[in-house]
Design a protein around this ligand. Structure first.
Ligand code: ZN
Length: 154
């Protein structure tokens, strides 16, 4: 990877880690789930507000975690808005592939823009212990969409 691209990615992670977007409780959430990554100590709660047609109208989270888990949750809340449950699951699968392998050859073309926004987290595949930090929010998203209350990175 080019050094300037690596720096840009680093900057995005630090920015979202320090100033997470949508970092709040959604009091009127239709779905919520807690996520726990005991390997690192990351804990978060994700909230989803659904529109009448089932699309995700709003997403927010609260919790404590390392910069990578916080940045990933922050980017998640920004990228899932407007998605149907099926699209959000597809995005979650694609992101987990990106985090584990650094690329996503099977990603749907329809999700290209979202995957580009999540690209800064692709570097975690070089650090297997941090992959769980990056994917925690996405496991939690799947749990919330499926009506489960708890998700674990284990
Ligand atoms: Zn972590």
């Amino acid at each position: 990877m080019f050094d300037d691209l690596r720096d840009l990615y680093q900057e995005v992670i630090l920015d979202h880690g320090r100033k997470p977007r949508n970092f709040r409780r959604l009091e009127d959430a239709d779905r919520s789930a807690r996520g726990d990554n005991p390997m690192c100590g990351d804990r978060l709660e994700l909230f989803l507000k659904l529109a009448p047609d089932g699309r995700i109208a709003d997403a927010a989270f609260q919790g404590r975690g390392c910069a990578i888990s916080t940045a990933s949750a922050s980017l998640l809340t920004e990228t899932v808005k407007g998605k149907t449950a099926a699209e959000a699951h597809a995005l979650s699968d694609s992101f987990r592939e990106l985090a584990m392998t650094g690329t996503c050859p099977h990603c749907q073309a329809a999700l290209e823009e979202e995957m580009e926004r999540l690209q800064p987290l692709s570097g975690v595949h070089e650090f297997p212990s941090r992959v769980k930090c990056a994917t925690l929010a996405w496991h939690t998203l799947n749990a919330a969409l499926d009506g489960a209350k708890e998700a674990s990175s284990e």
